[in-house]
Design a protein around this ligand. Structure first.
Ligand code: L34
Length: 291
């Protein structure tokens, strides 16, 4: 069993991006600039956005964090987005999800100029991805593909089971895995799927993105399978100062010995999500024309 070290790969990629930025600056170009809107004080969102701001520093980007309280109105957020759309210094921006219930996430996502949508959540980017056109790929799926590539994991003809059908991970990663060049045979499982254990046992690659801690157990995994664990649920723990620890969707302790490759939580997919956002911001700053 080999551990897939997402943190190490992410650190390497950040250095590659920083070198690219140094070149741009040498050529007299402006520093790439990522802005993030964070609403409220959700613990997970605070952590992820803080990681994004820090990664900007490491890559040599400028970053701007715009914060609102939970009671922000939809109109206020739409105004903030419109400002960022029109700000020539901002190359790309994100609105960290989830948002409070009184705000329509879809409306917010669709208000973002797709050319600055470095999350790749706008329907134009999602649509372009589905038909294999250049676009901003959403960060977690792109990070997973990059990990498979950097570990030389063969995907051609592999049976890939994606667990979860969210717009952020399940659906886009399933789309990417079946694309020409990656060439996996993809099955997507969700809460209404029958025989989920059987389907998983047939998988060469399992991508677990359900947000259900420890769901994937040893009896669901074929010997030698590759396991990508996207879950990062905070569960109560008396062992840590914070009072919680992160748990993935995979029962790591019992599943790991059976696999050929497995991602840990933390230190697997999470850091790759951050670095894919950095890559998209670099592309946005280079004003690559996708059309
Ligand atoms: N708009 N909303 C928008 N874009 C995104 O790309 C996200 N996502 C998801 C939630 N909402 C979003 C993230 O940023 C999930 N996500 C994310 C980002 C980073 C990490 C996990 C999820 C991460 O860094 N995980 C670390 C541990 C972090 C910790 O200590 O809590 C890891 O090693 O897995």
């Amino acid at each position: 069993m080999e551990l897939i070290d997402g943190k190490k790969i992410a650190d390497t990629i950040k250095q590659e991006i920083a070198a690219e930025v140094a070149k741009m600056i040498n050529q007299g170009k402006k520093q790439p600039h990522l802005a993030a809107i964070l609403v409220g004080h959700d613990g997970g969102s605070e952590t992820y956005v803080a990681h994004k701001v820090k990664a900007c520093e490491q890559c040599g980007f400028k970053s701007t964090l715009i914060r609102y309280e939970d009671d922000v109105t939809e109109i206020e957020l739409l105004n903030a987005i419109s400002k960022l759309n029109n700000d020539n210094d901002v190359d790309g921006f994100i609105v960290q999800l989830p948002l409070p219930k009184h705000i329509s996430e879809q409306k917010i996502i669709e208000a973002i100029d797709y050319r600055k949508d470095v999350d790749g959540f706008h329907p134009i980017n999602v649509g372009r991805m589905s038909i294999g056109l250049p676009c901003f790929l959403s960060a977690t799926p792109a990070g997973i593909i990059e990990l498979l590539k950097r570990y030389n994991i063969s995907t051609k003809g592999a049976n890939c089971v994606v667990m979860g059908r969210s717009n952020i991970v399940g659906k886009p990663v399933a789309t990417l895995m079946m694309q020409k060049g990656i060439d996996a045979t993809v099955t997507v499982c969700h809460s209404a799927t029958k025989n989920i254990k059987e389907i998983c046992r047939n998988a060469d690659i399992i991508i677990a993105a359900l947000g259900s801690p420890g769901f994937v157990t040893e009896d669901m995994v074929k010997a030698g399978a590759v396991i990508i664990d996207v879950g990062t649920t905070r569960v109560a723990s008396t062992l840590t100062k914070s009072g919680f620890k992160l748990r993935g969707d995979v029962d790591f302790e019992n599943v790991a010995p059976k696999c050929s490759f497995i991602t840990p939580v933390p230190g697997g997919v999470g850091p790759m999500t951050i670095v894919s956002l950095m890559r998209n911001t670099l592309i946005a700053a280079q004003k690559v024309n996708f059309d």
